[in-house]
Design a protein around this ligand. Sequence first.
Ligand code: BTN
Length: 228
Amino acid sequence: TCVLWLEEVSSTQDVAKEKELPSGCVVVANRQLSGRGRRGRRWFSQEGGLYFSLLLRTAPIRDEQTITLVAAHAVCRFLQKEGVHASIKWVNDVYVKGKKISGALAERSKDKLILGIGINVNQGSFPEDVPAISMRMVTGKEYDKKRILLELLGFLEEDIRLLMNKGFSPFRDVIEERLLFLGEEVIVEDAGDITVGLLHHLGEDGSLVILTADGYKRILAGDVSLKS
Ligand code: BTN
């Protein structure tokens, strides 16, 4: 595998965009000064976590959102193998015990698709206002980040290949099984547009289907939270 492992960067997404790397290469950093998440949010990137961007040049993937959902699923499969049971908070977040352990972000730049993954591995704690958890905080173990990277890449590559060959349908059921808030009353917020209802199921295309007072509504983008 082609891996460029750096100590500190602004964001591995930017390094992967700027460098002329072959498809399949990975840019990893121990720290990011401006790690970012979806919708311009910040991704807390202190020492101890694993932060990487996988460069895909050939990916004929139309929508960035589906690949982040599939990536979140690959992270869950990896975590399961490590004895950590995780759920997917639609569309790109991985949660354990109500806290975020990992997130995925896909960005396009010309002919490149850059899939960024952040996973909390060896951090011992987080600031109080950051609702996050690490693998170590769950299991009490310290992990070798090189091993984590290589094994996680195995799951990711397998799932991305399946997505490219067969589309989203092989993932629908398994992702729905891991979906956080399934069958619960939720609020979905998308750029000021609010939908309230029961998280009914995951659509064939990976969209969220919400049962509202006016019937079923298909959600293609937004942030889901539990209705309190
Ligand atoms: C999210 O929570 O919305 C996604 C978080 C993605 C974070 C990863 S860490 C590696 C890569 N570099 C970044 O700046 N972001 C992604």
